[in-house]
Ligand binder design. Structure first.
Ligand code: C2E
Ligand code: CA
Ligand code: CA
Length: 775
C-alpha cells in the first residue's frame, strides 16, 4: 500500500485533519475536567502539592489551547498554504504533547516519589486512556503519534523501572505491547482514511473530467435510460434546444426537450411532429442516423449508439452550413446562373418525372419561346443590359408558370415551357396566348423603355410513347416557322414542318457540297445606259442547280449559306471568277459583285479582293461591290473601315436594294459610297400609282444631292422605262427590259455585238439557256 502522506493531495487531506482537530472543543474540555479532577483528587488524598500545581498547569494549558482554537476559527481556510497547515498542526500537537507530558509526569511522580497505590492507579489509568484518545485524534502525523506516546509512556515506564520491584518492571514490559498496538492502530486508521479519501477524490476527479469533456463537446448529447428518459444532457444539447441550465432534464422524456425547444423558438412548430417521429425511430432502434430539420435554415444530424438494456446515447451536431452548401452546389448544378430558371438538364429531369406520373392518355405540350430581335438589344445596349432583359423576362415567366408549368432557359434567348396537362387544342391556344401576352410588352432596362415581343413554337402530344427530345425538335421547327411567317406570334407544330425541316437539312448538305466543290454557276446581268444603247457593266449573280430539285433561287440559298456561316466562301469564289471573267470583257466594262453582311465583319476580305484583282490583272476601278444595306447593321464601324480601304484602292461601292432597309438615310452619310441601286419595289407599280413616281423622284434627288450615281433595278416594261427616262430618274438601268441574268458566254457575245454595233431599245438576252430567278 503506498504511503498516504506521499500522495499529491496529502496536504489538502492534512488540512482537513487539522481543521477537524481544532473543532473538537467539547472533547478537549471534557479531557481537561477529567485531568484536573484526577490531579485534585490525588492532591487531596495524599496531600502532595505537586498534584495541585499539575492541576493548575493542566487548566492553564487548556485555556491557552482554547484561545488557540478561537484564533484558528477566525482564519480564512482557503488561503492556507501547506506551511500554515503544518504550523497549526504543530501548535495543536504541542498542546497535546504538553498535556500528555504533564499526565506522564504525574504517573512518574506517583510511582517514584509519592509511591501511593491510589495515586499510582488513578494517574496511570487516566494517562493511558488519554493517550489512546489523543493518539486517536492525532493519527494524521506519524511523528506526532510517536511523540505523544513517548510523552505519556516514557515517565510511566521509567517510574516502573526505578521502583526496582521485579513485578513493577514486569508491568513496564507488559505496557510495551499496549504502546505498540496504539501506535499501529493510529497508523492503520491513517492509511485507511487516506486511501478511502484518495479513492473518493479520484472518483470525483474522473467525474469532473468527464463533465468537462461532456460540456465542451462540439456535439450535443443526450444519454437516455432503458425507458427513454434523459439521464444526461450536455451543455451543447441544451444550447441546440435553447434550454437553460436551471431546467432539470433528468428523468424527463426526450419529447419534453423537444417541446421546450419549440416553445423557445428554435424548432418550428410545423416540424415538431416530424422531428418527434425521427427521434422515436432513433430511440427505438429502427434507425441509427437521422437528418432533422429544426426550422427553415437549421438542420441537425443525429446518430444513435445503443447501450443494450441500459438505453441509448444520442449525439447530434449542427449541419446547417453543410446542408446550405450542398443546396447551393445543387442549385448551381440545376439552375441557370443568369436567370435562376431550371437549366437544361434539371428541366429534363423534372419533365421526365412529370411524364412518368401522368396518365397515359394525358395530353401535354412543349413550347419554345424566343425573343424577337434580341440580337438587336444586345448590339445596341450591350450584353449587360441584354442579360438584364433576359432576367426580367425570366421573372415574368417564373411568376406566370408557378407550379403549373416547368420552365427553363436553354441558353441565349431561348426559353422552354412544359405544360404537363392540356385538355385540347383550345386549351393550348388559350394558354399560349396568355403566355405570349404576359411576356410581351414594355420592359424598363437601364432607364430605357423597351418594347419586347416573343415568338413561340409549340407541339402537343399524348404522354404515351413520346420522347421529350423529339418534342423539342418539333417545337423548334414550329418556332422557326413562326419567325419566318411573322414575329410576335406562336405556331403549332404540323407534320409538314418536319418534312420541310428534313428537306432543308438535305438542302444545306447539298449547298455545302456545291460551295466546297465550286460547282455553282455564275450568271451576269448587264447594266445599261438609260437609252439602252450601251452596256456599262454587269452584275455577277450566282446560280445553283440542285442535283435533284433543279435550279434553286438565290433568295433561298443565300440566306441559307448565311445561316450556315459559309457565305464568305461563296463570296470568295464569286469574286475570283467574276474578276477573271471581266478581264476578258471588251472595253472597260465594270463587274459588280454582291457582298454579304458577314463579309464586312472580317477584314480579310480586303486581301482576298486585292489578290483576286492581282491574279486576274484587272484594274480595281473595274470592280464594283454591292452592299445590301440591312446587312450592315451588325458592326457598322468595321464595315465602314473595310469599305473605305477598298474604295481607296479604286473600287466603287454601291448600296443595293436601296429603300428597303430601315436605316438607309444614315448609311448614305456614313458609308463611302459611289452608287445607289434603287430597289425594284420602287419601279413595280410606277405606271399605276402616281405616289410611286413621287417616291422614286424623291429618292433619286436625295442620292444625286449626295453626289451618288443612281442605278434603277427591276425595269421590266417599256412604260416604266419611258416614265423613268422622262423624269430623269436613272443614270443606269438594270432590268429584264434590256437583259436578264445570262451565262458568261452569252454576256460576252452580247457585249461584243453592242460595242461594235450599238442599237436602240431592244430587249436582249432572252436565249433558251438563261433562266429567270425564282423558278
Ligand atoms: P440583287 O442583288 O438585288 O440582284 C438582282 C436580282 O434582281 C437578281 O435576282 C435578278 O435576277 C433580279 N432582277 C433583275 N432585273 C429584274 C427585273 O426586271 N425584274 C425582276 N423581277 N427581277 C429582276 P436573283 O439573281 O434571283 O438574286 C436575288 C438576290 O440574291 C440578289 O439580289 C442578291 O442579293 C442575291 N445574290 C445573288 N447572287 C449572289 C451572290 O453571288 N452573292 C451574294 N452575296 N448575294 C447574291
Ligand atoms: Ca445586287
Ligand atoms: Ca438589288
Amino acid at each position: 500500500m503506498p504511503s498516504a502522506e506521499n500522495t499529491s493531495f496529502a496536504d489538502e487531506v492534512r488540512l482537513s485533519f487539522v481543521a477537524s482537530l481544532y473543532q473538537q472543543r467539547g472533547t478537549l474540555f471534557a479531557g481537561m475536567i477529567a485531568h484536573v479532577v484526577t490531579a485534585m483528587a490525588v492532591y487531596m488524598r495524599i496531600d502532595d502539592p505537586f498534584y495541585l500545581y499539575a492541576a493548575l498547569t493542566l487548566f492553564v494549558v487548556w485555556l491557552v489551547r482554547n484561545l488557540d482554537m478561537m484564533a484558528f476559527d477566525r482564519l480564512q481556510k482557503s488561503d492556507l498554504k501547506l506551511a500554515d497547515t503544518l504550523h497549526w498542526e504543530k501548535r495543536y500537537v504541542t498542546g497535546s504533547f504538553i498535556t500528555c507530558s504533564i499526565l506522564g509526569t504525574m504517573c512518574g511522580h506517583a510511582l517514584v516519589v509519592a509511591q501511593d497505590p491510589f495515586a499510582e492507579l488513578v494517574t496511570v489509568s487516566v494517562t493511558l486512556a488519554s493517550m489512546i484518545s489523543v493518539v486517536g485524534r492525532n493519527f494524521g502525523s506519524r511523528l506526532n503519534v510517536d511523540m505523544i506516546i513517548l510523552a505519556a509512556c516514557l515517565p510511566i515506564t521509567v517510574g516502573l523501572m526505578i521502583a526496582r520491584d521485579p513485578y513493577m518492571s514486569l508491568m513496564a514490559v507488559l505496557l510495551l505491547p499496549l504502546f505498540l498496538t496504539t501506535r499501529s492502530m493510529a497508523n492503520g486508521v491513517r492509511d485507511f482514511l487516506f486511501n478511502s479519501v484518495t479513492a473518493e477524490r479520484k472518483t470525483a476527479e474522473i467525474a469532473e473530467k468527464f463533465d468537462t469533456a461532456l460540456n465542451n463537446m462540439s456535439h450535443g448529447l443526450f444519454m437516455l435510460d432503458g425507458d427513454g428518459r434523459i439521464e444526461v444532457a450536455n451543455r451543447k444539447a441544451r444550447e441546440f434546444f435553447s434550454i437553460d441550465k436551471n431546467t432539470d432534464l433528468t428523468g424527463r422524456a426526450l419529447k419534453a426537450a423537444l417541446r421546450l425547444g419549440t416553445r423557445n423558438g428554435v424548432i418550428a412548430k410545423e416540424n415538431f411532429g416530424q422531428i418527434n417521429q425521427h427521434l422515436d425511430s432513433l430511440v427505438s432502434g429502427r434507425d441509427d442516423r437521422a437528418l432533422v430539420r429544426f426550422d427553415k435554415s437549421s438542420w441537425l444530424e443525429f446518430s444513435a449508439r445503443y447501450r443494450g438494456e441500459k438505453g441509448v446515447v444520442l449525439i447530434f451536431e449542427d449541419v446547417s452550413e453543410r446542408i446550405q452548401a450542398e443546396k447551393r452546389i445543387l442549385h448551381m448544378a440545376r439552375f441557370d446562373n443568369l436567370t435562376s430558371l431550371p437549366n437544361r438538364s434539371w428541366f429534363a429531369e423534372v419533365v421526365s418525372l412529370k411524364m412518368a406520373n401522368a396518365k397515359p392518355n394525358q395530353q401535354m405540350a412543349l413550347a419554345v419561346l424566343d425573343i424577337d430581335d434580341f440580337k438587336h438589344v444586345n448590339d445596341s445596349m450591350g450584353h449587360v443590359n441584354g442579360d438584364k432583359l433576359l432576367n426580367a423576362i425570366a421573372n415574368r415567366l417564373q411568376s406566370l408558370s408557378r407550379q403549373k408549368y416547368v420552365v427553363s432557359r436553354f441558353g441565349g434567348d431561348e426559353f422552354v415551357l412544359f405544360i404537363p396537362d392540356v385538355k385540347d387544342i383550345e386549351d393550348l391556344k388559350a394558354t399560349m396566348d396568355y403566355v405570349i401576352d404576359t411576356l410581351r410588352g414594355t420592359y424598363i432596362i437601364d432607364g430605357h423603355k423597351l418594347f419586347i415581343s416573343l415568338s413561340g413554337g409549340v407541339v402537343m402530344s399524348p404522354v404515351a410513347g413520346v420522347q421529350i427530345e423529339d418534342m423539342h425538335i418539333q417545337a423548334d421547327l414550329a418556332l422557326y416557322e413562326a419567325k419566318r411567317r411573322d414575329k410576335n406570334r406562336w405556331t403549332l407544330f404540323e407534320e409538314s414542318m418536319d418534312k420541310r425541316y428534313t428537306e432543308r437539312q438535305g438542302m444545306k448538305a447539298a449547298l455545302r457540297e456545291a460551295i466546297r466543290t465550286q460547282s455553282m454557276d455564275l450568271f451576269y446581268q448587264p447594266m445599261f445606259n438609260p437609252q439602252g444603247t450601251r452596256i456599262v457593266g454587269a452584275e455577277a449573280l450566282s446560280r445553283w442547280i440542285h442535283p435533284e430539285l433543279g435550279p434553286v433561287s438565290p433568295a433561298v440559298y443565300i440566306p441559307l449559306a448565311e445561316e450556315m456561316g459559309i457565305i464568305s466562301e461563296l463570296t470568295r469564289c464569286v469574286i475570283g471568277r467574276a474578276v477573271q471573267d471581266a478581264a476578258n470583257w471588251p472595253g472597260n466594262l465594270q463587274v459588280s459583285v454582291n457582298l454579304s453582311a458577314h463579309d464586312l465583319n472580317d477584314r480579310s476580305i480586303v486581301s482576298v479582293i486585292a489578290d483576286a484583282l492581282d491574279r486576274a490583272n484587272l484594274a480595281p476601278g473595274r470592280l464594283q461591290l454591292e452592299i445590301t444595306e440591312s446587312g450592315l447593321i451588325n458592326d457598322l464601324k468595321t464595315a465602314r473601315e473595310i469599305l473605305t480601304e477598298l474604295r481607296s484602292m479604286g473600287m466603287s461601292i454601291a448600296i443595293d436594294d436601296f429603300g428597303t432597309g430601315y436605316s438607309s438615310l444614315s448609311y448614305l452619310d456614313m458609308l463611302p459610297l459611289n452608287k445607289v441601286k434603287i430597289d425594284r419595289s420602287f419601279v413595280r407599280d410606277l405606271t399605276k400609282d402616281p405616289k410611286k413616281l413621287k417616291l422614286l423622284r424623291g429618292v433619286v434627288n436625295l442620292a444625286r444631292e449626295l453626289g451618288l450615281e443612281v442605278v434603277v433595278e427591276g425595269v421590266e416594261t417599256e412604260d416604266q422605262l419611258v416614265m423613268i427616262s422622262d423624269n430623269n430618274c436613272a443614270d443606269i438601268i438594270q432590268g429584264y427590259i434590256f437583259g436578264i441574268p445570262m451565262p458568261h458566254g452569252s454576256f460576252i457575245e452580247l457585249a461584243n455585238k453592242l460595242s461594235s454595233n450599238p442599237r436602240k431599245l431592244t430587249v436582249v438576252g432572252q436565249s433558251s439557256h438563261t433562266h429567270r430567278p425564282g423558278n
